[in-house]
Design a protein around this ligand. Structure first.
Ligand code: ADP
Ligand code: MG
Length: 290
């Protein structure tokens, strides 16, 4: 599954962190996160700085590689266990320099698909947290995943980004069917019901237009809406996923790693669990149709 949008700052990484945590810790699924963004935000959420330093050393001494090199086909992946159920193939800031030149050739994409299929024996979900740019990488990657979700915030730019994302799913094997299963409205407030309805209508139109331009139809239209029913509402505890883990009363601020354990604010969980359930439901529908 990839969490993608060509627009930055829409909440991809926050959503990926929360979903990965709920799937692994509450639904007891085995989850691998692959951090494809040179900004390395989700790596920073799940790997404490000192552990990260160790990984850099292990990578050098054992010849294993971080995410982008693995994608480019340059070695075996260095996978870090966060908990029993949750692992991550990290990114690193050095990739910022490499990223602009990275073009993944089609043969490697086929190879990547095979690598992922082998890994799927070990994981229930592999979640790619994608960067907003690096089109030479996102284009090929969204073609190897089975599932694509995209957050949409309250800006018309996020809607254009959705249009172009859907357009790019199409075009090369192995996918017969584009794996897009719905947009997730993100960072809306509970009292913005009108805006939410308006965005649902706009997304529906955009999805239809994008599919029409590909001479296809939105294949789940008889069961699923183009937008998730659950909204990833704005929540002050999610305002900075890399913020301090505890507030002054020692409450966990959000989902994150504290002293080697994954902890989460109960408030965050209760408000994102319906979304995580809906996501799993949609994934099952999409995969059973293959
Ligand atoms: N549901 C949410 N509620 C409040 N703030 C959010 C929420 N989702 C994301 N944010 C904030 O929005 C900003 C961008 O989110 P991020 O997940 O880093 O986006 P992206 O990965 O798409 O660039 C961050 O400061 C993040 O904390
Ligand atoms: Mg991000």
């Amino acid at each position: 599954m990839a969490i993608a949008s060509y627009k930055g700052g829409v909440g991809k990484t926050t959503l990926a962190s929360v979903i990965a945590s709920i799937f692994s810790e509450r639904f007891n699924r085995k989850v691998l996160i692959i951090d494809v963004d040179p900004q390395s935000n989700i790596t920073e959420v799940f790997i404490p700085p000192r552990e990260f330093e160790k990984l850099i050393n292990i990578s050098k001494s054992h010849g294993k590689v971080f995410s982008l090199e693995w994608i480019a086909g340059a070695g075996e992946p260095l996978i870090y266990s966060v908990t029993n159920n949750l692992s991550i193939l990290p990114s690193k800031p050095e990739y910022i320099g490499l990223a602009k030149f990275l073009m993944v050739p089609l043969e490697r994409i086929q190879g990547l698909r095979k690598d992922l299929e082998n890994k799927m024996n070990m994981y229930d979900y592999i979640i790619f947290d994608l960067p907003p740019q690096m089109y030479g990488l996102i284009g090929p990657l969204i073609k190897v995943v089975d599932i694509l979700v995209t957050p949409v915030t309250k800006t018309s730019f996020a809607l254009s980004a959705l249009y172009y994302l859907i357009r790019d799913i199409r075009g090369s094997p192995p996918h017969e069917n584009p794996p897009f299963i719905g947009a997730i409205l993100t960072r809306f407030r509970k009292n913005e019901a009108m805006a939410i309805e308006m965005y649902r209508r706009r997304i529906k139109r955009i999805v239809e237009e994008a599919y029409q331009s590909l001479a296809m139809k939105w294949e789940f239209s008889d069961i699923l809406t183009p937008t998730f029913n659950s909204v990833f509402y704005a929540h002050p505890k999610l305002a900075d996923i890399r913020a301090l883990p505890m507030d002054k009363n020692d409450n966990v601020r959000m989902i994150r790693l504290v002293r080697g354990l994954l902890k989460y604010s109960p408030q965050i969980l209760s408000f994102v669990e319906p979304l995580a359930k809906e996501l799993e439901y949609r994934i099952n529908i999409a995969l059973s149709r293959k």
